[in-house]
Design a protein around this ligand. Structure first.
Ligand SMILES: NC(=O)C1=CN([C@@H]2O[C@H](COP(=O)(O)OP(=O)(O)OC[C@H]3O[C@@H](n4cnc5c(N)ncnc54)[C@H](O)[C@@H]3O)[C@@H](O)[C@H]2O)C=CC1
Ligand SMILES: O=C(O)C(=O)[C@H](O)COP(=O)(O)O
Length: 377
């Protein structure tokens, strides 16, 4: 059994070595000739699985992507060829939600606002949008939810125009689609970008093409020329990766190389989900488990002296685990020299909030008590 696995899928040897011969490949360099001898192919989002790549495939019976997004896969083709396909839904949803909230706390510090005074529009409320919704609700932040598909059967959703017009913070979490009832290609574009509030924070951690990058650049330049407030901008994803529109970087507050989902847990969950699907495909028992493989987090205890809920404390705890300014600095300093893909391949280890245990000191009638709380809002 020949198992071809992208070089950036972690723990692949741990999960798959006993199932067959593993060949690792660079995601953008995989050739049809290599795939011609593969039985199982496990990719990330940078490998386009299409007729060109599969035109010599003789034995391929399973394709998996260790990602949530599936826009790089020709699923119709796989179905026609009778090749089983799976993705890893939700694997890095927590990681993306944490990226967004950590970024919002950076913006709140930089521009001196209180998140509690803001209304956040979440555009696309699936696995990631829901994870973000839960965390923001736990923080007590006012939300607007925009998801035309869910709006058909559920209450409390708003349309895109309302979501753009009424929010102080707009964050995109849709898949990239160009067909269907509500395609997301250039969902934010030159027609509707002017609906955003003057002091808006805009975040894209979905796919670059969901926002028309030229329209965004034009709006940023227009605001600059007319002495209007700049859009406070967080971009993790870009049109035409790995060659982002360089002029746009200057207008971002946080810029990163499509790493919002790159917590160690998020990536590793993707591998585990593919392993489980491959076992099912091969009718084999599932014997490996991720929790046996993940390293013990380096940060384990944080003692808070004041109220756990205070925003300052919370921000400090959140940024202790992950501060997106780290990735922004790497992006600005190393993009030109090393390139977008290098930044992703050499991504420094990042853990999720659940790796941090907080100790709260409370003062009640019994005196000082130490409470251990798993930090997972
Ligand atoms: N930056 C990063 O590192 C990562 C980016 N992603 C991207 O995030 C996307 C979303 O991920 P999940 O939440 O897990 O997907 P999901 O499929 O669980 O949810 C997507 C939601 O978007 C909604 N939607 C579809 N079209 C819409 C439209 N026109 N307007 C508003 N909502 C719309 C769907 O109804 C669905 O509820 C992925 O498809 C992927 O492209 C995913 C993981 C990491
Ligand atoms: O899961 C997704 O969808 C993502 O966007 C991934 O986090 C990105 O990972 P790569 O496959 O592009 O490494």
């Amino acid at each position: 059994m020949n198992i071809f696995i992208d070089e950036n899928i972690p723990y692949a040897e741990d999960f798959f070595a006993e199932l067959g011969n593993i060949t690792r490949f660079a995601g953008r360099e995989l050739t049809a000739e290599q795939v011609s001898v593969a039985d199982i192919l496990l990719v990330r989002s940078i490998t386009k699985v299409n007729s060109q790549l599969l035109n010599q495939a003789k034995n391929l019976s399973f394709v998996g992507t260790a990602t949530i997004g599936e826009d790089h896969i020709d699923k119709t083709l796989l179905q026609q060829k009778g090749i089983t396909f799976t993705s890893a839904p939700g694997c890095n949803a927590i990681s993306v939600a944490e990226y967004v909230i950590s970024s919002l706390y950076v913006l709140s510090e930089k521009y001196n606002f209180n998140l509690l005074d803001k209304t956040v529009s979440i555009i696309g409320v699936g696995n990631i949008g829901k994870a973000l919704q839960n965390k923001l609700m736990a923080l007590g932040i006012n939300l607007l939810l925009c998801d035309p598909e869910r709006d058909q059967t559920e209450e409390d959703f708003v349309d895109l125009e309302y979501a753009l017009t009424h929010a102080d913070i707009v964050t995109f979490h849709t898949p990239l689609t160009s067909t269907g009832k509500s395609p997301t290609f250039h969902l934010l574009n030159e027609e509707n970008i002017h609906l955003l509030k003057q002091d808006v924070c805009l975040i894209n951690a979905s796919r670059g093409e969901v926002i028309d990058n030229q329209a965004l650049l034009a709006e940023a330049i227009r605001r600059e020329k007319q002495n209007e407030l700049p859009i406070k901008l967080v971009l993790d994803v870009w049109e035409n990766e790995p060659t982002p529109l360089l002029e746009l970087i200057k207008y971002t507050d946080i810029a990163s190389a499509h790493i919002a989902g790159y917590s160690l847990e998020g990536k590793a969950r993707g591998t585990e989900m593919l392993y489980q699907s491959v076992c099912q495909h091969l009718n084999l028992p599932i014997v490996k488990r991720l929790d046996k493989l993940l390293p013990v987090p380096s940060v384990t205890n944080l003692v808070l002296n004041n109220e756990y809920q205070s925003e300052t404390q919370l921000k400090a705890a959140i940024h202790l685990v992950y501060d997106p300014r780290r990735d922004d600095a790497l992006f600005r300093n190393l993009l030109a020299k090393n390139g977008f893909d290098w930044l992703r391949k050499n991504y420094p280890i990042r853990r999720e909030w659940s790796s941090l245990k907080l100790e709260r000191i409370t003062n009640n009638e019994k005196g000082l008590n130490f409470l251990k709380i798993g930090f997972d809002i």
